[in-house]
Design a protein around this ligand. Structure first.
Ligand SMILES: NC(=O)c1ccc[n+]([C@@H]2O[C@H](COP(=O)([O-])OP(=O)(O)OC[C@H]3O[C@@H](n4cnc5c(N)ncnc54)[C@H](O)[C@@H]3O)[C@@H](O)[C@H]2O)c1
Length: 331
């Protein structure tokens, strides 16, 4: 049977597909390879997948177009889905709200409808730490209320969790929602701070440091994220009426996946400086709309249920990212 990985040309989807293919799974990737950021980077990830695993198959389609989605997957025996495709990014949601409604709301509905009709055994989908908005109780736990998002991106992710909860109740569709915390690593995303900072430092250009540098993030290395995603995929929530992580009594769990360490932004910048051997020229700016000051993941639910333990500190992970970045760009 086959696993469908949406967003397979994206950062996390690429790595999840790699891990599943490496352990012998049949994987179909679904992505529209859109130009939110470098299409070349997405094509390079896909080439890597195809080079390492000639069996990997990509379906190029827009999952916000239901007819196109159904047509493109017709006849494929899909029994598990990892839905990672989305319009990501907090800041872009301020300027391009409709893209989020299409990919994250319409797209999510299309995927859960597809899963229902396909009789899928399990759908694992991406939510985000952004759902915690400006909650001040740290660390953020899945039991906390998340009714006050501060970006449309966050609102769409919370809405996805609610739609999934409904489908687990109405159709008993087993699902796991994952609130990822600032994921980084090789083949990362060019719109995220670690990439932007590394790029600027290597070019000798100034970096924009928001809120005067007074921010903390629970940075999570990609390999730890993938381990968590695959552990979830292998353990669909039982439909036994007991309360699950996140509070559902249906077959639906919601977990945080983070590193369980909240790191100072300035420390992350220091690690980039050390790894590049160059000093960053810092331009200190006020807080940006939609951004939160602190993130910190309480991961006790996924630790308890699945034995998940992140193992990569930023001291180890940042140099690995910088090394990949330099190799990829030849700089
Ligand atoms: N990277 C992080 O730190 C982070 C943090 C929290 C949540 N997330 C979530 O994790 C998931 C994966 O994130 P990522 O960092 O890999 O992002 P990404 O942008 O690298 O990957 C998303 C992929 O989805 C594809 N896609 C978008 N809309 C589509 C559509 N309508 N039809 C088909 N394909 C479409 C894009 O082309 C892209 O390749 C997303 O849901 C994101 O919101 C990521």
């Amino acid at each position: 049977m086959t696993v469908l990985v949406t967003g397979a040309a994206g950062f996390i989807g690429y790595h999840v597909a790699q891990r599943l293919l490496a352990r012998g799974e049949r994987v179909i990737g679904l992505d529209n390879v859109n130009d939110y950021y470098s299409v070349q980077l997405k094509r390079d990830r896909l080439s890597e997948l195809q080079r390492a695993h000639p069996d990997f198959r990509l379906v190029e389609a827009d999952f916000a177009d239901n007819a196109a989605l159904v047509r493109s997957l017709d006849g494929l025996e899909i029994d598990r889905i990892v839905h990672l495709g989305a319009q990501a990014g907090v800041r872009y949601s301020i300027t391009h709200p409709h893209a989020y409604v299409q990919s994250n709301l319409v797209g999510h509905l299309n995927l859960i409808e597809f899963a229902r009709h396909a009789g899928a055994r399990h759908l694992v989908y991406a939510s985000s730490s952004s759902v915690y908005g400006s909650n001040t109780k740290l660390p953020f736990a899945v039991e906390d209320r998340v009714d006050h998002p501060i970006s449309l991106y966050a609102a769409t992710k919370k809405a996805d969790e609610l739609m999934s909860e409904t489908y687990s109740h109405l159709y008993r569709l087993p699902q796991t929602g994952l609130r990822f915390f600032t994921v980084y690593g090789p083949w990362g995303r060019p719109d995220m701070a670690m990439w932007l900072f590394t790029d600027a430092v290597l070019k000798g250009q100034p970096i924009k440091v928001f809120n005067g540098g007074d921010m903390r993030r629970d940075f999570t290395f990609i390999d730890d994220i993938v381990t968590g995603v695959v552990a979830c995929l292998d353990n669909p929530p039982p439909d036994d009426g007991t309360p699950k992580a996140g509070g559902s009594v249906g077959p639906h769990r919601v977990y945080n996946i983070g590193n369980h360490r909240s790191e100072e932004l300035m420390r992350m910048i220091g690690l980039i400086e050390a790894a590049t051997g160059r000093e960053a020229v810092k331009e200190f700016l006020p807080m940006q709309d939609g951004d939160v000051k602190d993130t910190y993941a309480d991961i006790s639910a996924i630790q308890r249920d699945l034995g998940f333990e992140p193992t990569t500190t930023i001291d180890q992970g940042v140099p690995r990212f910088v090394e990949w970045f330099r190799r990829y760009h030849g700089v």
